[in-house]
Design a protein around this ligand. Structure first.
Ligand code: F6P
Length: 329
């Protein structure tokens, strides 16, 4: 293999740049030409390629966002779009591809490989941590730490005013960011798709706590929660407990930016090298991830279809750490 391309796709995640750098530097190490594709699959369709040498990735390991930019391509979902992309890849002489992204990115990568046979390996880049085949995804640790910093600050004002704060964190269909930021931030409750909590339960716990133990509360809400978003949940609770002062903060895209943590930089570098070495060893149609500290390749099919469950122990910890509740009476 003499020419490898790398691109980032889907929601950006802190550490994507570190991964691009690792791909480029691995290519140099193994004497392979490296090309960057701008704006994900859209760039592949339009032939937006740029040669990446060692210098092109200097001074980016610490930067959030992605120097290659990202997109969610609608055109690539069509057979015509993928054909156009294949023609551009062929024309450019690209023999292998590293795709940095999440589930949507790998769904496209799998189809592309099946249709045109260009070897492709994924690197897990999403703050959501919802990919099967890796313990953690690039950007998750940074996103949790960003959420935590905000939660700590909100805790100060919640305490000063004896208020309930509903803090919404990201994680499209999953509570990974919610569970870790709730434990780290000492939240009284976390509401997420992986744990059913009814409005009745929330109200019961809040009124019990208010009477017996606590004057302020931080409740983390995962954006994918089925009971509704933080604003809707807060409204329902307010209806049942009109005398309790409550506020809502949606952390939003602040969780996607910023300088990656050490863990994210190391993870990104490791899977970046792993992806290039995997391609050179003849692997394809797989994602490079880290499981129990080892580099592991998992079929795209498995990564896309299997759900990585949140450890129940972590979810239970939130209840234990938040003190007595009416459920234990
Ligand atoms: O997948 C990462 C993520 O940040 C999710 O947590 C969130 O639901 C989604 O992307 C937001 O996407 P966008 O930036 O397109 O609004």
């Amino acid at each position: 293999m003499k020419k490898i391309a790398v691109f980032t796709s889907g929601g950006d995640a802190p550490g994507m740049n570190a991964c691009i750098r690792a791909v480029v530097r691995s290519c140099i190490y193994y004497n392979v030409e490296c090309v960057g594709i701008f704006k994900g699959y859209d760039g592949m369709i339009n032939g937006s390629f740029i040669t990446l040498d060692g210098k092109a990735v200097s001074n980016i390991i610490q930067k959030g966002g992605t120097i290659l930019k990202s997109a969610r391509s609608l055109e690539f979902r069509t057979p015509e779009g993928r054909k156009k992309a294949y023609e551009q890849i062929k024309k450019e002489g690209i023999e292998g591809i590293v795709a940095i992204g999440g589930n949507g990115t790998f769904t496209g990568a799998k189809l592309f490989y099946e249709e045109f046979g260009i070897p492709i390996i994924g690197a897990p880049g999403t703050i959501d941590n919802d990919l099967y085949g890796t313990d953690f995804t690039i950007g998750y640790d940074t996103a949790v730490n960003t959420a935590l910093e905000a939660i700590d600050k909100i805790r100060d004002t919640a305490d000063a005013h004896d208020r309930i704060f509903f803090i919404e964190v990201m994680g499209r269909d999953t509570g990974y960011i919610a569970v870790r930021s709730a434990i780290g931030g000492g939240a009284e409750m976390a509401i997420m798709p992986e744990k059913k909590v009814s409005i009745k339960d929330i109200v019961a716990k809040l009124s019990y706590n208010h009477e017996h133990t606590k004057s302020s509360h931080v409740i983390i809400v995962a954006e994918g929660e089925v009971e509704g978003n933080a604003i809707e949940i807060a409204k329902k609770v307010k209806k049942a407990l009109p005398n309790l002062d409550s506020k809502v903060t949606t952390l939003g895209h602040i969780q996607r930016g910023g300088s990656p943590t050490a863990s994210d930089r190391v993870l990104a570098s490791r899977v970046g090298i792993g992806a290039v070495e995997g391609l050179l060893a003849g692997k394809t149609n797989v994602m490079a991830g880290i499981i129990n500290r080892n580099l592991v390749f998992t079929d795209f099919e498995t990564t896309i279809t299997k759900k990585k469950p949140i450890n129940k122990e972590l979810i239970n910890m939130i209840d234990i750490l938040s003190g007595r509740s009416p459920f234990h009476e």
